[in-house]
Design a protein around this ligand. Sequence first.
Ligand SMILES: [Zn+2]
Ligand SMILES: [Zn+2]
Length: 824
Amino acid sequence: MACFPPGSNTSTISTNSLNTEASDGHEKIPPSQSDTTPSIVTLLTQRTLPFLLFRMRRVLFLCGLITALAMSPFAALAFTVFDSDGTPNARIFLKPEEDPLVEEAASELASFLQRMNGKVAQIQKTASAKSVPSGSGVIALGKLADELGLAMNRHSAARDGFRYKVDHARLLLVGETPQGVLHGAYDLLERLGCGWFAPGTIGEVVPSIRKATLPDSLDYTGLSDSVNRRFWYGGKGNPDKSTQQWITRNKAEFNQGSWNHSWHGLVSSKEHFAAHPEYFSLNRGKRTTKQLCTTNPETVRIASESLLLRMQSENQRVFAAGPNDGGNLCECPTCAKLDSPGYFEPTSGQPSCADRIFGFAGTLASITSKQFPEKDLGILVYSEYSRPPVKLSNLHPNVFPMIAPIRRCRFHGPNNPACESSRLLGSEIAAWGALSKKIGFYAYNYNLADALVPLSKISYYKRLADSLRQTNPVELAWIFESIDSWSAHAPHFYLCTKLAWSSTIDVDAEMERYFTGFYAESAVPMRRYWQRLDSAYDKTPVHVGSQYGLHQIWTPDLLAKSRADIAEARTLAKSDRVKQTIALADAGLRNAELFMEIWNHIGACEFAKAAQSQNALKAHIDSISAKTDPNWIHERYAWGYYTRFVGLTVDAGAAALADGGQLIAQIPETWRTLKDPERVGTSQKWWTPEMDDSRWEPMQTFNQSWADYGLAHYHGDLWYRSTFTLPTTLPEGDLRLWFGGFDYDIEVFLNGNRLGGWLGFAKPAEFADIRKHLKPGANQITIRVSSGDLGELGTGGLMMPSMIYRWNGKSVLPTGKKGVEYIQ
Ligand SMILES: [Zn+2]
Ligand SMILES: [Zn+2]
């Protein structure tokens, strides 16, 4: 028997801040019951108590208690859903002409109730409410329940809420819409102990119980506080069938519109550019079709007409009206005047331009809302318009901003004290929340560029939920951008479905339900595994959105303890389902172990060993990429990002040191550095060996990233200086200076001689035939570098080890698109 806390508090939702009181039946339970020994009834309805008990690790105790109390006299006070030993099986009544979603609700209820006690649950169609009997096991749905007197007493903006009530020994279930009835059915099943923790049979938990009861005072209304819940998975975009079913069963699916980049669709360049280039953006003195000139009154007219046409023909709530992707906003004087001098987006140093974007949206909304007061314009809060406007004092009520924090830290949720970027995000959420009662959040559910080693964002979402709650939103909207790699991300994927339904959930309680439900008999070590990992991501001061910071999270200590947890979980696992959940997590941990092996070899310039571990990583990814339902790993993302950011360096290093190639000296990991924001270093000859660098800052290059030194937003030059020691006699042949990877523009001086420069991101580069610049003993090297504009990553400067080596006469570096570009 699977034993985990029944029900959840995910449904104790309010659509606005006024409705904070749940209409859950447990508040109506007489004190005589709940103040004395808890009965099965109170345990099934008091959604908080079981979590507290479980937090005290009283799993076995509680399971015993439920079994014992199920046979106690208190059970008689309850409405019986089914009783294997007694008469009633569930009988589900609905009208013959019901909506297909209500029919689905009936069939899902029947199917899961039957699986719980093994007896057939009947579905009966009847046109007349009068023919629905009273008595144990009777459940009436939809229109029939409505005719029997149950109505929605509160409403949600999404209109997919539900209410169920035990009424004269019948259970009635109604919804705001047929979708609401289906949501109510799943909520009821969760209350009775079912859970859908991951797609497929691995994540489905249906308890085997003899008797299921509900309190006869039960009257519960579940309303979502979000009007959009969209789940985007991997390269496929839409979730596969089994993932879709999992989302539906967690009440999470609800698409109401779009926040996409959309200006190109509002004013068609095909139609208008030739005759009216002035409708479009001025970029570097020329009109282009990159963006719109939003201060041109004709642009406003045409864009609003496009929106009105769509609103007439498309049945949705939110219509995208934000800029095209890729920057390049209009530079004409009228548009540029809307930005505030000195107000910048810190990650790019470009002017912050939310005032013009949201001002334009407000103008459009003031036109469209006259005809369509219920329809909103969806605009992303993104890239150069992440920071809140300073001139607008509020947004038009029909403008719906959605925060898409691609430029903010992925590891640390809003207001995490360990992270400056997350504090900025926290302040932005508060500011946007003050400007608008409608707030969306576009969540990036993965660490932008990595081989999909396990990442936990539970603390991130807990901080986010806190932060959103403080803005008192009236309506929320969610889009989750995920890579369907369940070996790496499973717990926070589940949390996202619950958060999408309600931002007011108790995250800890919901995760407790997950750990005890999904991992069952292996819950104790698996909870420990994920919580330790989650805490490492939450507390480690590493902010780089890629693979470069992972070694700070995945320390040898974390790897060892994680491995021990998985081993313990495996010894506890009894059922095939639970064994599969452990194998899934194990596959993710193996990714991390292999990745860290590679990383440590790179750090020591042991590229042959790194290549061996890389082969093992590839074999591992191949072996698990065939496993689906849910997808264990997204092969294209995992291997693609790995090779693009790390694999090129390993391949090049291994080729360089094979077949007679010889490592002569590794340049030390720690350099001395100085910022040069005014770019005076070249004329002041900072590259000469004699330059006094004793006061320059020590900086690591492979072990730390620019973001870790607070340089994520730095756009000037940075100079690096170091010395390395060579033996008295150097080997014969072509000696080369090799760089494993950098970001983005480097210029190199060896013992005062300028070797040239390279442009590239995370790609190896080298200078050949440098013997003439080298000398035995100490050699001085200086590098000037400026970072590229990949603000999302937080990288910069030297990112990989550098070395002097003897060329084997045949290794070549990647060229073309895969390689770096030489500058004189
Ligand atoms: Zn303009
Ligand atoms: Zn951070």
